[in-house]
Design a protein around this ligand. Structure first.
Ligand SMILES: *[C@@H]1O[C@H](CO)[C@@H](O)[C@H](O)[C@H]1NC(C)=O
Ligand SMILES: *[C@@H]1O[C@H](CO)[C@@H](O)[C@H](O)[C@H]1NC(C)=O
Ligand SMILES: *[C@@H]1O[C@H](CO)[C@@H](O)[C@H](O)[C@H]1NC(C)=O
Ligand SMILES: *[C@@H]1O[C@H](CO)[C@@H](O)[C@H](O)[C@H]1NC(C)=O
Ligand SMILES: *[C@@H]1O[C@H](CO)[C@@H](O)[C@H](O)[C@H]1NC(C)=O
Ligand SMILES: *[C@@H]1O[C@H](CO)[C@@H](O)[C@H](O)[C@H]1NC(C)=O
Ligand SMILES: *[C@@H]1O[C@H](CO)[C@@H](O)[C@H](O)[C@H]1NC(C)=O
Ligand SMILES: *[C@@H]1O[C@H](CO)[C@@H](O)[C@H](O)[C@H]1NC(C)=O
Ligand SMILES: *[C@@H]1O[C@H](CO)[C@@H](O)[C@H](O)[C@H]1NC(C)=O
Ligand SMILES: *[C@@H]1O[C@H](CO)[C@@H](O)[C@H](O)[C@H]1NC(C)=O
Ligand SMILES: *[C@@H]1O[C@H](CO)[C@@H](O)[C@H](O)[C@H]1NC(C)=O
Ligand SMILES: *[C@@H]1O[C@H](CO)[C@@H](O)[C@H](O)[C@H]1NC(C)=O
Length: 497
């Protein structure tokens, strides 16, 4: 019965397109035929996801490769250490480089522990290490599978295997990777947290010091293949390593793992910003200041007064971004106003060449305006952050933040849910293009040209990044132009002088 339930879950995972994406790394199950053998010990090549963690000289913990760029381990492993080296493809720790060319060492550029890790109770004892470069998978090195969807019921799994180079009965670290079969023994651990910790043990033997951070694995079978799946992370046990031990329950942390990897999965070398001096005055208390926000005013025929008609966003010291529709053809009628009475005339307007409003929703509703002179940055006037190169983030944002135009200063932000293109199209009765984003409506003062963005991690701290600008609204939906998808056009236009 148990295995039937698991089988069914995996069937859905494997055969239903949408569900398949619920593996953290879909390349994890690309197993070689001969791997699926049973053995009584860890054998070279059967555990391509095991990681040995050292400080360069001394080995102290194990970990598990879960993604080409990330290794999962225990938070207590990284607590007192500053420097980490991850070795993959490792079986015998003492094997010299020339005899074991399959062993590859990776520097760790970021160690992220769970924000609620409790040193004393070992609650949330889980951490992620970001490697300096992406790992190339081979026979000896490959990620383990982690089910990030809801398809796997781990509570019914009775048998596990744990792996590590930890202390053996005679209390020395083992040079050879050891494995032990454990069973789920929920009653025999002193646990503080029922759900987030898994208790497992064996008649004889246990995981021990040095095994920390290593994997607790269950073999899950489908289509005749064994599918080793990460269920737990070795956390802590008894002093003498002769009783059941606690493992962090990976299922509980799957969302944190997924989100952390997607937030940190960018290439440092390519972390370029369109304007490195972009501002992000984002206060912890939720108030935001938008030094990039400009007001576009226009002069109507026969009048000398300029009237507000839309918003524009400063993206470099010479260019502002706005929407095309209802932009006057005569740029002499435009005046760009910034706070403090500063204003600019427009030297040239660059409407997107494929802009169209032909009886549909506006396609490519984006324009760049070149100002008459360079902007002098100040606390109240600075460009928004924007990445000219696409990040490797696997998941598009599901929520975007906007600062509603209610008052001019210290404002609070709102988060809006991104609606999928299909539902958006049905709701508004218009074609929705690839480069548009729909978000649900609110009563706040949102006008054409308003910025939607997200707070994102960068090497110099969190910054607010531009994602979309309001194009139009209909039937309680706001349609944004997805600015990210115009990165190339923006970069070209801005750099062509
Ligand atoms: C899982 O499969 C591997 C490889 O066949 C084997 O070494 C390990 O003992 C198995 N673990 C369990 C709990 O069956
Ligand atoms: C662990 O269990 C598996 C499956 O029951 C078995 O094939 C393997 O030999 C066992 N390994 C050890 C080290 O006892
Ligand atoms: C690694 O840790 C050991 C033991 O704590 C220490 O003696 C050694 O100097 C450390 N090595 C480096 C490179 O920090
Ligand atoms: C791990 O957490 C999941 C999700 O909360 C839960 O369903 C499962 O029972 C837990 N596993 C164990 C072995 O306690
Ligand atoms: C768990 O392991 C034990 C001992 O190896 C074995 O007898 C039992 O059949 C296994 N249970 C499952 C569900 O694989
Ligand atoms: C574990 O080992 C210690 C020290 O040898 C001993 O006092 C204790 O009874 C053992 N516990 C179990 C569960 O075997
Ligand atoms: C960014 O600011 C630094 C220091 O204020 C300045 O030297 C540099 O020229 C600025 N860069 C741009 C592109 O404005
Ligand atoms: C939020 O922070 C800003 C600037 O740090 C401050 O002016 C404002 O009073 C704070 N608001 C609240 C509600 O604490
Ligand atoms: C769009 O225009 C075409 C051609 O003029 C027309 O056949 C079609 O009905 C229009 N669609 C909508 C939704 O107005
Ligand atoms: C915006 O476009 C980029 C590039 O095409 C895409 O990666 C991203 O997921 C889109 N954003 C949304 C919210 O759809
Ligand atoms: C809009 O988003 C809010 C916040 O996520 C949600 O509560 C609300 O149900 C959504 N409305 C629609 C129409 O989707
Ligand atoms: C709203 O979005 C901001 C920025 O993207 C994020 O920091 C914050 O946690 C979100 N707040 C909520 C309640 O989701």
């Amino acid at each position: 019965m148990t295995s039937f339930v698991i089988f069914l879950g995996l069937f859905l995972l494997v055969f239903c397109h949408d569900e398949m994406r619920q593996l953290l790394d879909s390349n994890c199950d690309d197993y070689l035929e001969e791997r699926v053998t049973s053995g009584t010990n860890a054998r070279p090549g059967t555990t391509p996801w095991i990681a040995a963690i050292s400080n360069g000289t001394n080995f102290f913990c194990a970990g598990t490769l879960v993604h080409p760029r990330f290794v999962l381990t225990a938070a207590h492993c990284i607590k007192n250490n500053q420097q980490f080296l991850v070795s993959l493809g490792m079986y015998d720790i003492t094997c010299p480089e020339e005899k074991c060319p399959e062993i590859k060492n990776y520097d760790v550029i970021k160690a992220i522990h769970h924000p609620h890790f409790n040193d004393f109770t070992n609650e949330n004892d889980i951490a992620i290490l970001k490697l300096s470069v992406e790992v190339v998978y081979n026979e000896y090195i490959r990620s383990i599978c982690i089910v990030t969807g809801d398809g796997l019921k781990t509570s019914s799994i009775v048998n596990f295997s744990a792996y590590g180079w930890g202390a053996t009965e005679n209390l020395y670290l083992s040079p050879i990777l050891k494995t032990i079969n454990l069973s789920h023994t929920p009653q025999s651990c002193l646990r503080f947290y029922e759900e987030s910790q898994i208790c497992a043990g064996a008649e004889r033997g246990d995981t021990c010091h040095g095994d920390s951070g290593g994997p607790l694995v269950a073999n899950i079978t489908y289509r005749g293949h064994v599918f080793p799946t990460l269920i737990g992370v070795t956390s802590y046990g008894s002093k003498f390593c002769n009783a059941s031990a606690n493992y962090a329950n990976v299922t509980v942390f799957r969302q944190w793992i997924k989100n952390t990897i997607s937030a940190y999965n960018y290439d440092e070398d390519k972390e370029s910003l369109l304007d490195e001096n972009c501002s992000s005055t984002w206060d912890k208390n939720g108030s935001v200041h938008e030094p990039w926000k400009l007001i576009l005013t226009t002069r109507f025929d026969g009048s000398n007064d300029f009237h507000w008609f839309t918003f524009a966003t400063l993206i470099t010291n010479r260019f502002v971004l706005t929407i095309v529709h209802n932009l006057p053809t005569d740029i002499k009628k435009l005046l760009v106003r910034a706070s403090g009475g500063v204003s600019f005339t427009v030297k040239s307007a660059h409407k997107h060449p494929q802009f169209t409003d032909f009886n549909t929703s506006y396609a490519n509703d984006i324009a760049l305006l070149e100002l008459d002179r360079n902007v002098r940055y100040s606390q109240n006037l600075a460009p928004i952050c924007f990445r000219p190169t696409l990040q490797m983030s696997e998941n598009p944002p599901t929520s975007l933040t906007v600062i509603p135009f209610a008052a001019r200063h210290t404002l609070h932000y709102e988060n809006f849910t991104v609606i999928d293109r299909y539902h958006c199209c049905v709701t508004i009765g218009l074609v929705i293009y690839e480069n548009q984003i729909c978000v649900n409506e609110s009563s706040s003062g949102l006008y054409a040209g308003c910025v939607f963005g997200a707070n994102e991690y960068t090497s110099s701290g969190d910054k607010f990044f531009l994602h979309g600008i309001v194009s139009f609204r209909k039937n309680d939906v706001i349609i944004l132009t997805n600015i990210t998808s115009y990165a190339d056009w923006i970069t070209e236009t801005v750099n062509f002088k």
